[in-house]
Every structure is written in structure tokens, then in C-alpha cells.
Design a protein around this ligand. Structure first.
Ligand code: F6R
Length: 366
């Protein structure tokens, strides 16, 4: 059932190229330059009239929501707020009929997310579900939705659910960008063609596995770890840190790279590994100067870089390459080595990778 892999988590990490393809199926028609998402199409008027989108989710799904915030605002120019479902539901939030609430949930059963959408519905908002489990409570409770089609995710640490959530949300943002006219038809076409290359590029990113394992071996005994990223890759830094915490029990924090100097920089010493996402597109020069700041404090730097990178390579202790793509799609690639790094560290530390202590796959209590 693990298909020859030692753990479900590793199997699911490796399934990502095909899971993303499954998410595209019938939806991404690049020859015709069309995106088909019935849940969006059928409610286009509501989407076009919406003042803003509020994303509610927990954990990794919340991180996918943060990536979506950057993508929706950049491509479709729709204001987005991303909320922890557990905070949103108890805050007496301001919600109106002109709001669209997107609930993101792999299991579709997370109690706080379910309660958040019930609250939003009671205030007249339109609720759109992005779930993986077909027929789940959140899927049923939503007014419309789009499934991720990642297939069953067994490992407690979410991997392919995350990348397929980002895939669905990207398709939505592109479809809305086209409908709103915030994107030209040639830009739109270009994005579709790039999106179509992502499964192959994820496959290529997976080839860093053996090297990531050697990096894992060097840092497995660390007590702390810092993950940094900017823009589209800031949420990926948060997700990388969460993945490490939950399966290896090493303390890790994700930060926007520029926030480092407002506090976490105090933690840096010769022992501290700092994983920096520094792809060519997206504030590259600024991230390079953040790396210089770490270097001058003798931190150990692991750079996630674009294939062929030179500048970060000169500064970092290790670099892990991912293929080049357009900026808004980089999270789908930079996530891969971070998943592998957590996985290998946890295995080396003899932790229960698929069922970490104190965690459940589906959190049906608040
Ligand atoms: C992390 C993880 C959790 C879930 C969270 C939400 O790897 O699995 O943080 O992402 O409990 O679960 P869903 O997406 O099922 O609502």
C-alpha cells in the first residue's frame, strides 16, 4: 500500500507530479487557452461583484491560503484576507453578503473551519470550499467548490494536499483574472503554458532528494531552525518550518526574510541552520542581502535557489536547486526540497514520520 516507499509521507511527496496533473484534468485546457472550473463558472457574477475574499483554514491549508492571497491579489486584483478559522469564528468578524469565503481543508472535517463557514453563511456570505475528501462535511456545507483531486493523503504531515490546494487556487485566480480583465490574453496564455510544465518541474525538483538527504544528515541534531522567504515564498517558509516541527520535533520558525532583523536575528550563531528561499524571480537581490546579513553573523545557510544560481551559491553553505518558473508558481517547486528535508531529518531521528505524536490527520474537535 506504500507502493514500495518506506513511509506514506515519502510516497505522497513523490506523488505530487501526478497529483497536480489530476488537479488540472478537465480544467486546464491550454490549447484552447481556457480554464474550466464549474464552481467558479456557475457563480461568476458573485465572484465579480465580491468586495473581497476571506480565506479560512488551519495549519498547512492556512499556508496554502496565504500563497493564494499573493496570487489572487497579484493576478486578479481582488483583496484577500487569510484567517485562522479558530480565531475568525470567535472574533465577531465583519462579514457581509458581498464577501466570498474560501474554506481550504484537506480532510473537509476540521471543526474550526467548518464552524467558520457556518458563521459566514449565517451572515449571508457565499462559501466556496477547496477540499480534498469528496463528500466531506466542509464540501457539503459549502455553496460551491472545487476539489483538489490529490487522492487519499495518509501521512499526517500534509504534502500533496498543499501543492494541489495551491494548484486549484491558482486556476481560480487565473480564471478570475481573465474574467475581470486584469490580465491580457497573452499573459493568461503564458501562465497556462507555464502551469502545464509544473508537474515535470516538480519531478525535476524531486531529483534533489539524495543531496537533500546529505544536508539532512548534517543538520539533524540542530535544536532550532529558521526558514526565510519573501513574497510568494514567505508562506512556503512557514510551511517548511511547520513540516520540520511536526515530524522531527525540532523547533523551527518561518519568517518573512526582511523581518529577521526585527528580532530573530538575535538567535543566529554558528550552530543555527537558516533555510532561505532565494529563487531568481521575486526580490532576489533583497534576499541575497538578507543572506549576507546571516553570513556576517556566522549562521549556516541552506539556500533554495533557481537552477544555475551563482550569487547565493557563493554565500551559502549548501544550495538546493529547483527549476526556473514564473514567480507566482515558484511555491509549487520550492516546497518540494523543504518536504524532503523534514522527512529525512525525521527518519534519521527515528521519529514516527507518518503518525507524529500528539497529532491527528483530521482535527474534528476544536
Ligand atoms: C500539517 C497538517 C495540519 C493540517 C490542519 C488542517 O501538516 O496536516 O496542520 O493542515 O490540521 O487540516 P485540513 O486541511 O484537513 O483542514
Amino acid at each position: 500500500e506504500k507502493g514500495g516507499y518506506d513511509h506514506f509521507m515519502l510516497k505522497e511527496i513523490y506523488e505530487q507530479p501526478s497529483a497536480i496533473l489530476d488537479t488540472f484534468r478537465g480544467r486546464l485546457l491550454s490549447n484552447e487557452a481556457v480554464i474550466k472550473l464549474a464552481g467558479v463558472e456557475d457563480n461568476m457574477k458573485k465572484f465579480l461583484a465580491a468586495d473581497r475574499i476571506i480565506v479560512v483554514a488551519c495549519g498547512t491549508s492556512w499556508h496554502a491560503g496565504l500563497v493564494a492571497e499573493y496570487i489572487f491579489e497579484d493576478l486578479a486584483r481582488i483583496p484577500v484576507e487569510v484567517e485562522y478559522a479558530s480565531e475568525f469564528r470567535y472574533r465577531n468578524p465583519v462579514i457581509t453578503e458581498k464577501d466570498i469565503v474560501i474554506a481550504i481543508s484537506q480532510s473537509g472535517e476540521t471543526a474550526d473551519t467548518l464552524a467558520a463557514i457556518k458563521l459566514a453563511k449565517s451572515k449571508g456570505a457565499f462559501v466556496f470550499g477547496v477540499c480534498n475528501v469528496v463528500g466531506s462535511s466542509i464540501a457539503r456545507e459549502s455553496d460551491a467548490g472545487a476539489y483538489t483531486h490529490a487522492g487519499p493523503e495518509i501521512g499526517v504531515a500534509s504534502t500533496k494536499a498543499f501543492t494541489t490546494q495551491i494548484t486549484v487556487l491558482t486556476l481560480m485566480a487565473l480564471r478570475l483574472a481573465r474574467a475581470k480583465g486584469t490580465m491580457s490574453s497573452s499573459e493568461f496564455r503564458h501562465h497556462l503554458i507555464e502551469l502545464e510544465t509544473i508537474p515535470g518541474k516538480v519531478e525535476e525538483a524531486l531529483q534533489s532528494d539524495a543531496y537533500v538527504k546529505t544536508v539532512a544528515d548534517i543538520y539533524k541534531d540542530s535544536k532550532n531552525c529558521l526558514y526565510l522567504g519573501r513574497g510568494f515564498n514567505f508562506p512556503v517558509a512557514l510551511e517548511g518550518a511547520l513540516k520540520l516541527k511536526e515530524i522531527s520535533y525540532i523547533h523551527a520558525e518561518g519568517y518573512p526574510a526582511a523581518e529577521m532583523k526585527h528580532g530573530p536575528i538575535a538567535l543566529i550563531d554558528e550552530q543555527m541552520p537558516i533555510i532561505v528561499i532565494a529563487t531568481k524571480k521575486g526580490h532576489y537581490e533583497k534576499v541575497v542581502s538578507n543572506i549576507q546579513e546571516i553570513k556576517s553573523r556566522k549562521g549556516r545557510i541552506i539556500g533554495i535557489v533557481t537552477k544555475g544560481d551563482v550569487s547565493v551559491k557563493e554565500l551559502a553553505d549548501h544550495v538546493i536547486e529547483v527549476p526556473e518558473t514564473i514567480e507566482c508558481l515558484t511555491p509549487l517547486l520550492t516546497t518540494i526540497p523543504l518536504q524532503l528535508l523534514s522527512y529525512h531529518i525525521a527518519v534519521m531521528l527515528n521519529k514516527n514520520v507518518d503518525q507524529p505524536r500528539n497529532l491527528a490527520k483530521s482535527v474534528t474537535v476544536e
